[in-house]
Design a protein around this ligand. Structure first.
Ligand code: CMX
Length: 138
């Protein structure tokens, strides 16, 4: 598969306003962006640590994926995102190996990345995102 690195770790929180001070004042990270991803029904906050980002996810709708997750499982680790090159082709490959895709085709996620999710029921319980930054060399 050739994953290049962990692009980000997604963490579900009820409130960005309440969670950000923990990451900034206690862990010493800096929130460098807040962005709403309307079609995912979330507001996100980003922190950088090494090559990897922490993405806090606050639901903007209780019926969205993160709203439902918090209702069912509480706040906490929501997904892991791996950086890949050639996302479309990688998706076809993993599907060919029997992994259930949530997204058949890449779509746009936060920070303009192309993203696609693999279903946690076929990834041993961890919601997994593959993402590609097509602008990284521009
Ligand atoms: N991690 C692990 N398991 C999860 C999960 C998660 N984040 N979210 C749901 N599940 C589990 C559920 O607990 C359930 O397990 P059980 O049947 O054992 O109880 C199972 O997956 C299926 O859940 P479901 O209720 O049938 O389906 P949902 O409607 O909750 O949808 C999922 C689950 C993963 C398909 C949906 O959340 C999804 O499509 N996620 C991808 C998009 C997303 O998460 N967007 C938010 C982030 C966007 C961003 O990063 O910008």
């Amino acid at each position: 598969m050739e994953l290049s690195h962990i692009e980000h770790i997604g963490i579900a929180v009820k409130s960005l306003e309440e969670a950000i001070p923990y990451y900034e004042d206690i862990l010493g990270l800096k929130c460098y962006a807040i962005e709403e991803v309307k079609d995912q029904k979330v507001k996100t906050a980003f922190f950088m640590i090494g090559q990897t980002k922490i993405e806090l996810l606050e639901p903007t709708d209780p019926q969205g994926p993160v709203g439902k997750f918090i209702e069912k499982r509480g706040e906490g680790l929501h997904h892991i995102a791996f950086a890949v090159n050639g996302l479309e082709e990688k998706l076809k490959k993993v599907e060919g190996k029997g992994v259930r895709l949530i997204d058949q085709q890449p779509r746009k996620g936060a920070e303009g990345l192309d993203i696609a999710f693999l279903h946690p029921k076929s990834t041993f319980g961890t919601l997994t995102e593959l993402c590609e930054n097509k602008n990284k060399n521009k």
